[in-house]
Ligand binder design. Sequence first.
Ligand code: ARG
Length: 122
Amino acid sequence: SLQKIKQKGTLVVGMSADYPPYEFTTKENGKTKYVGFEVSLAKQFAKDIGVRLVIKNMDFDSLLVALETGKIDAIISGMNVTNERKKSVDFSNTYYSGDSYFLINKGDKDKLVSAKSFNGKT
Ligand code: ARG
């Protein structure tokens, strides 16, 4: 519960950090860093509650069991609602529909064809 999370002072979020741009890892000075918009979201949640964030990285398929057994407090991992999953866990409201796009001017249509086109050397 929220009260328990506040008592222990940590929010333990489970995610499978293999899913850019949701959550993934980068190396910074040899240290693994969690990044992605859901990592930002998790950080903000912890901040709002006033606790420290602990991210537990695991296989996507392990997340639900980890939540059910109390190893983690929440899942933030690009997990969609399904009737099967709803049987065991409680989903929040939608915060991201996944239907988003990268837009460019029509005139650039043939110039900017892939991510590589944006390195300034087209
Ligand atoms: N959206 C898909 C699902 O809910 C896949 C999510 C995978 N997420 C991840 N962090 N690997 O099943």
